[in-house]
Ligand binder design. Sequence first.
Ligand code: 9MR
Length: 384
Amino acid sequence: MSKITRRKAIYLGSTALAATVAAKTLAQPPTLKDYASKKGLIYGSAGAYSKLSQDQEFADRFIQECAILTPENDLKWKHIHPQPNQYNFSRGDWLLKFAQHHRLKMRGHTLVWHSALPNWVKETVNSQTAEATLRDHINTVAGHYRGKIHSWDVVNEAILVENEHPLGLRKTPWFEWLGEDYIELAFRAAAEADPNALLFYNDYGLDYDNNYEEKRRNAVLKLLERLKAKGTPIHGLGLQAHLSGANTRFNAEKLRQFLAYVASLDLKIMVTELDVADQRLPYDHLERDQRVADVYEMYLSTVLDEPNVIGVVTWGLSDRYTWLSGFRPREDKKPVRVLPLDQELKPKLAWESMVKVFQSDSFVLTKPPLIPRSRFLSSISEIA
Ligand code: 9MR
């Protein structure tokens, strides 16, 4: 409510309603999206149709905290393209309306992934039909949401170094049918279908200082370099950032260098799926929340130092709904505490850490000097 309207409400304050509305508006404290936007960043969360449409209290909180929504599952192949000639946009459309109505932007997740594929894909597609199938899907889905999507995760998780491909590529069905070109093809098709969306490559396991993630970072960089060299319409790298509170192998300088290289390819960066698993952390809430919060702070203060980073999306907003409850449960079977808000939708220390980083001037947006490329990137043969 603007100042004038607020004053008017108090002046007309004979009605209890006006007073209540004014008090409520005045009492509304800033939220993550407000702190982020003061730094020129966008903050949001993944959310599912099944939760946002059923849980009003959660949906209300979601729109207070978030400026962008990523459909957690509802745009994946399995849900949106359940049969070869059948598309189901109902849940995606509901989420888009919800976002638009509450002035949130929407991300698109995801056009090409090896997972969440409906059975018909593996049963009926072959190397002769794969290109047409992929093009049809991208044209139809990205075309349906043309002009409405902030950024698409066009290709998700195309790197898997243990597959021992010389370039570190994952042997997904699309790769088996079309070779590496499926990636470029997907970006070109997405650019045609929605010329206004930012087009992202999205992947996990790029965060920690160990050999495995070092190989993954190298493979991702090389992939991005090849795509850029071919003039592929790609605009950014999505860092999923599924972190772990128990992992101590964090090296701010290495991660910062990696991001500087990505930025030097003229790519934006977005944290797309941030959460901090609490397996192997103490049960005690204070201790656990503190460690989880420290990881949020450590990670974000490093990543937000890179000026090409445009936003942060957490993979869920509240511990009430998180994939980690099922996929990374605690050993003691107690509820996980991995997101900014607790199950009651109250801010936790993780929320405070995020605010602290968004408010901080310590990331002063200066690029560190790049170390020579030869020292940073291992040779192609070292990737696999
Ligand atoms: O959180 C998502 C979970 O509900 C789904 O069952 C799963 C399979 O579709 O995908 C989860 O989200 C994943 C995301 O789409 C890609 N990066 C990893 C995420 C966590 O597994």
